[in-house]
Design a protein around this ligand. Structure first.
Ligand SMILES: NC(=O)c1ccc[n+]([C@@H]2O[C@H](COP(=O)([O-])OP(=O)(O)OC[C@H]3O[C@@H](n4cnc5c(N)ncnc54)[C@H](O)[C@@H]3O)[C@@H](O)[C@H]2O)c1
Length: 262
């Protein structure tokens, strides 16, 4: 039976890059729970396959390294060939160097920007070629609060975690690229939005040397006085992916416990 919920994604095909990671798995879960068929794409096929299987039999995984621009278009083509459409693209996959300001090199910037900005553009562009044929689609770029505000240097002292300059440049650029794509593709019925998560550290950060103290310092900067749980970004993602967000485009939804409100 079809649901009449404005959040229903039954029959929709969604691609989530890095969709088995810390936040990516929450994105994949909420899309699947609301009826979408989810394709998880990442370099780690085994992990993605295991996670897709956990979501249910209709979901699948594909191997994709975002550094390989040519493979991005081929992945989209294959999804459309197998499933007949691509309705939702979540540009989420990322990993990269995290150097300090003193040690950051041009190569660090090149790598970061290629993986987290150029590749998100290529994925959006290639997805748009399919979406515009049907006159609809939703593209969601996972940015960061650090694309909006600078970090507090003192919070990172004594921690193994860094707040690297290349990451700030990347996420700021991604939020603005989102606006640009949104206005160009609105005429094709394609919506393009960003989500900027605040602090959602995975368990390995808490368990790292100085991790607990770092999380305590970070929590003091959050009006809600705690870190986010991956399930807490699911609502924003579902809103943007579904009919519930049909008049929202070119926006950046910040899910940060109030960090940027101060
Ligand atoms: N966790 C946070 O606190 C936080 C805060 C703000 C923004 N974000 C953003 O959320 C997104 C997900 O982060 P996360 O915390 O879940 O990290 P994560 O490391 O748990 O997951 C990242 C995923 O990206 C995939 N990936 C890595 N390199 C890739 C490549 N070359 N090609 C394709 N996929 C690749 C990995 O396989 C992994 O599944 C990132 O864009 C990150 O910048 C995270």
């Amino acid at each position: 039976m079809m649901s009449n919920s404005i959040f229903d994604l039954t029959g929709k095909i969604a691609l989530v890059t890095g969709g088995a990671g810390h936040l990516g798995s929450a994105f994949s879960e909420i899309l699947a729970a609301n009826g979408a068929t989810v394709v998880i794409a990442s370099p780690n096929l085994e992990k993605s396959q295991a996670f897709a299987l956990k979501l249910g039999p209709k979901h699948e995984a594909m191997k994709l390294d975002l550094d390989d621009s040519a493979a991005i278009g081929a992945t989209m083509d294959q999804i459309v060939k197998c499933h007949g459409a691509l309705d939702v693209l979540v540009n989420n996959g990322y990993s990269g160097p995290a150097p300090s300001i003193d040690k950051a090199t041009p190569e660090d910037f090149d790598k970061t920007l290629h993986r987290g900005l150029t590749s998100y553009f290529v994925a959006s562009q290639q997805a748009s070629f399919h979406m515009r044929k049907r006159g609809s689609g939703s593209i969601i770029n996972i940015a960061s609060m650090y694309g909006l505000v600078a970090s507090y240097p003192e919070v990172y002292v004594g921690s193994t975690v860094n707040s690297p300059p290349n990451y700030h440049a990347l996420k700021g650029g991604l939020i603005h690229l989102t606006r640009h794509l949104a206005v160009y593709w609105a005429c094709h019925g394609i919506r393009v939005n960003a989500i900027s998560p605040g602090p959602f550290p995975p368990k390995r950060v808490l368990e790292s040397p100085g991790g607990r103290e770092f999380i305590e310092r970070l929590s003091q900067k959050v009006p809600l006085k705690r870190m986010g749980e991956p399930r807490e970004v699911q609502g924003a993602l579902l809103l943007l992916a579904s009919e519930a967000g049909s008049f929202i485009t070119g926006q950046n939804i910040v899910v940060d416990g109030g960090w940027t409100a101060w």
